[in-house]
Write a protein of this length. Structure first.
Length: 313
């Protein structure tokens, strides 16, 4: 789960991009205007019950490893759910609106159903992994590195890795929990990109390519693994440099264009999006004219013949 803070605030609450995480890289690839709304304008978004449930489930799976191996049981994990929800609510009181009726009163039944769904996701995890046989080297690990020669100050990559396992031989496995269902093979590019991002950062930090990337889908009970190779990570690095170049150019010129997709129907920013007849807020950063480019110019990620393997287990 990627929740690393992206960038420092600029004037009037705006922010100039200063780093890149998997989520924000995915935003830009999906829709540059969405990236602008989230990173530069920092427009508010409504809390999501699904995303909030994911935060609670992640917290439970992290905290469960505080207990001795023999005590990492289903009942203990289920019992952690209400407490993690209360902890999150105390930090973000606005989440209470997820469980209000139209008249503003608290909907205890809706909250109870939501908590039960979270407990079921936690319970399903025990059918996919055995926590009594796991001793993670890291949990909720914040990682950050800088790619040099990517702009005046380099490109800072950052994110939060759910779990890192290390074998006695030093092999690294990166594990990410997903509370949704596993995507069909043709839609696995986005979650795989996130994992390759983490693998690249850890490789640059530790000098060793992670042996395995593992996605645990609690919504469907699937586990997908991928074994990366060096050529792929170098290709991801080139892609990130190209993305950062495009982000930097858009930041300087103020040219953030929408890219309509089926996901637009889920966007919180339709009211200020030109695709829905809206007008974006005034651009809060200084701009410079964009250089003219020949038709067809633009960075492209090179193709590499060496490729790792994704398996379903």
């Amino acid at each position: 789960m990627d929740t690393a803070s992206e960038n420092p605030a600029g004037r009037a609450g705006a922010a100039r991009p200063a780093s890149l995480s998997p989520s924000r890289a995915a935003d830009f690839m999906q829709c540059p205007l969405l990236y602008r709304f989230r990173v530069i304008d920092r427009l508010p978004e409504k809390p999501s019950s699904a995303a909030t449930r994911g935060t609670v489930v992640h917290a439970v799976l992290e905290r469960l490893f505080d207990a001795p191996a023999a005590e990492r049981t289903v009942p203990r994990a289920r019992d952690l759910v209400p407490g993690e929800w209360e902890r999150l609510l105390a930090a973000k009181p606005e989440l209470a609106e997820l469980f209000l009726r139209e008249d503003g009163s608290h909907d205890a039944d809706r909250l109870g159903t939501w908590l039960a769904d979270a407990e079921r996701l936690v319970e399903r995890w025990f059918t996919l992994e055995d926590p009594t046989r796991l001793e993670p080297a890291e949990r909720e690990l914040f990682v950050e590195t800088v790619l040099e020669d990517a702009g005046p100050s380099g490109l800072k990559l950052r994110g939060i890795v759910d779990r890192v396992d290390v074998t006695p031989a030093g092999d690294v496995r990166i594990v990410d929990y997903k509370t949704g269902k596993a995507p069909a093979p043709r839609f696995r590019e986005t979650p795989l990109f996130q994992m390759m991002f983490y693998a690249l950062v850890i490789w640059r930090l530790r000098g060793r390519i992670p042996r395995r990337l593992q996605l645990v889908y609690l919504g469907s009970g699937d586990v997908l693994t991928y074994d990366p190779v060096e050529a792929e990570l170098l290709a991801v690095e080139r892609k990130l440099r190209a993305l950062w170049e495009a982000i930097s150019l858009a930041t300087e010129t103020g040219d953030w264009r929408p890219r309509p997709t089926k996901l637009c129907g889920w966007c919180d920013h339709q009211a200020v999006c030109p695709e829905f007849g809206g007008t974006p807020p005034p651009y809060p950063l200084p701009v410079v004219p964009a250089p003219r480019a020949a038709e067809g110019d633009g960075p492209a990620a090179p193709a590499d013949s060496a490729q790792g393997r994704m398996d379903e287990v």
